[in-house]
Design a protein around this ligand. Structure first.
Ligand code: ATP
Ligand code: MG
Length: 567
């Protein structure tokens, strides 16, 4: 983690992109790219749902193709036969479309198994690969160190023997772990990836697409460059951990008679504080019941973020603004939230909701009377129009907008306190509260100024108290609201020296039932987003919310988060 730097919203580099520069140079030089269309690919392994880190990668892959008027393939990297699942394949497609990208060709790594096998045979014939009978443990023991070359007693076996053994490996004649096909490169290389790396291993595993056709599977480092080349990919963009594998990537495309020679370019992985980004860890959270599923709104998965209320635009904007670098960095979660807030501030319909309701009785407002006020749906969008909200003698306000005994600088409701504005309705003055036999407050009482309709005093006097949101008790609808905090309280749960499960935040989910929502919210559609005045941006839950049972997720708080202090 020594190479980690911190990128904050303020420091986030502009969309400068060294990959584009490299590609421009390649095009200018001609050579292996002569006459070719810029072609990239996004190669997820279908063993989990896409997370925000993948978004960065796919924004770069699809975005680069877009920029150069080129092509981008979606390739399911199912070279490794275990754990893949069609459920993930469909989900990955859905997520990419939701973000607004589309692929030119959809394919699977396993589409190339036969061709890859043929290429392996060719390498053996050329004397560039051999069957090695060292067990995985023996290979490890014989890998040498910086000063000592690796050793394999099988390196110089005759080509015909390797050819025969490899063909029999394919037929299933040998047990798992008994042999591998290795590239004959350089046992003394300073780059351990070049010390005769394995190209094929035996694995008696069922493959989700090829079934039991194969019991040998190519290693990623062998399969990937071949897949890229066969698809006509010109630029294979990947994360930094593949940098030391690039010589092997190049060795493969130089020594195998592929039709094209793609170039691998690496960029930094995205890390976000207070979260983990590996599918293995995310899967463990799901399987361990630590979250409700891959789409739990606290998850950094695309489906989780979507359910939470994130817009595709906010995520793409985030990915563009964090930039593409050669150094791994950790971005603040707050920056992702910032991008969402910016987007929803423009787009979200406004509404009023009271999360922890307390009755407010306007004692001088006639019983049985009711009126309506027009309120703007979105002050940032003149097209959004207005809606009517009802007002009557009994309302709900937030319980903490009232204090029987005020603390210093408290400007909301308290007996003898300043005149406050009920948003868009009237000015009121708190007169006291009602209590039950146990002394618990059951209602706040106040009087209103009938001359202040719309919330403005007729005589232009200054309103000293706060503006408070409210809903009409007569027409309010009940709802459930889910408030979220970081899934991990530790800012770096992904750090190598930490047990991420120990870093979890026990208070990452707060469920509030019996919230009072303005009547218009009764028709909120699943996934519809709103700004609840003073409280943040909320999204009707796509799974649980429906007519008669409203559930809202808080996507993000407003900047000056409500409830921070009693001001
Ligand atoms: P994980 O550890 O989450 O399983 P992975 O790299 O194994 O990650 P893949 O499905 O193989 O996941 O990833 C598909 C593409 O997304 C790869 O090109 C990979 O480099 C990229 N990618 C994965 N995680 C990140 C990340 N955090 N930041 C940027 N790119 C990423
Ligand atoms: Mg992977």
């Amino acid at each position: 983690m020594a190479d980690e730097i911190k990128t904050t919203a303020a420091e986030a580099p502009e969309s400068r992109n060294f990959i584009h520069t490299f590609i421009e140079e390649d095009i200018a030089q001609g050579g292996q790219f002569e006459g070719m269309t810029v072609h990239t690919r996004f190669p997820p392994e279908p063993n989990g749902y896409l997370h925000i880190g993948h978004c960065k990668a796919l924004t770069i892959d699809f975005g680069t193709a877009e920029k150069f008027g080129g092509l981008c393939n979606l390739r399911m990297d199912d070279t490794n036969p275990t754990k893949e699942d069609e459920e993930f394949v469909e989900a990955i497609k859905e997520d990419i479309h939701w973000l607004g990208f589309d692929w030119d060709k959809f394919c699977y790594g396993s589409d190339y198994f036969e061709q890859t096998y043929e290429y392996a045979l060719e390498l053996i014939r050329k004397g560039l690969a051999y069957v090695c009978e060292l067990s995985p443990e023996e290979v490890k023991k014989n890998r040498g160190d910086v000063n000592t070359p690796a050793v394999s007693p099988y390196r110089d076996r005759p080509m015909e023997e390797s050819l025969d053994l490899f063909q029999r490996m394919r037929k299933g004649e040998f047990p798992e772990g008994s042999m591998t096909l290795r590239a004959k490169i350089d046992l003394a290389s300073g780059n351990f990836n070049m010390r005769d790396p394995a190209l094929y291993r035996i694995k008696f595993a069922h493959h989700h697409r090829t079934g039991d056709d194969w019991c040998i599977y190519p290693m990623y480092d062998f399969a990937h460059p071949i897949q890229d080349a066969l698809e006509g990919v010109t630029h294979s963009l990947c994360t930094l951990e593949f940098e030391a594998h690039r010589p092997l990537y190049n060795w493969v495309i130089e020594n195998v008679p592929v039709p094209h020679k793609p170039r691998q370019i690496e960029f930094a992985r995205l890390g976000i504080d207070h979260t983990v980004m590996s599918k293995r860890k995310l899967r463990a959270l799901v399987e361990g019941g630590k979250v409700s599923g891959w789409d739990d709104p606290r998850m950094p998965t695309l489906c989780g973020l979507r359910r939470r209320g994130y817009t595709p635009e906010s995520i793409r904007n985030f990915c563009d603004r964090i930039g593409v670098a050669k150094v791994n960095s950790t971005v603040e979660y707050g920056f992702l939230e910032h991008c969402l807030r910016e987007d929803l501030n423009e787009k979200a319909q406004r509404a009023m909701a009271v999360l922890r309701p307390m009755k407010l009785i306007i004692t001088n407002y006639p019983e049985g009377q009711s009126e309506t006020f027009p309120v703007e749906n979105n002050p940032n969008d003149p097209e959004a129009g207005t809606r009517e909200v009802t007002f009557s003698r009994e309302l709900y306000v937030e319980a903490d907008d009232f204090l029987e005994t005020p603390v210093p600088k408290y400007k909301r409701l308290y007996p003898g306190g300043p005149e406050c504005r009920l948003k868009g309705a009237y000015l009121i003055t708190c007169t006291g509260c009602e209590k039950d036999e146990n002394g618990s407050i059951t209602a706040i009482t106040a009087t209103y100024d009938p001359e202040s309709r719309g919330g403005n005093p007729a005589d232009g006097r200054k309103v000293k108290g706060a503006t408070i949101h409210w809903v009409d008790a007569a027409t309010a609808v009940d709802g459930e609201v889910r408030l979220y905090d970081n899934l991990f309280s530790d800012p770096a749960p992904d750090a190598a020296d930490k047990d991420y499960l120990e870093c979890m935040n026990p208070n990452s989910l707060e469920v509030l039932k019996g919230c009072k929502l303005e009547a218009s919210l009764a028709s909120a559609k699943p996934s519809e987003r709103f700004q609840f005045l003073r409280l943040g941006y909320f999204c009707a839950d796509s799974r649980d919310s429906g007519e008669g049972h409203l559930v809202f997720n808080r996507a993000v708080t407003l900047k000056d988060s409500f409830g921070k202090g009693n001001k």
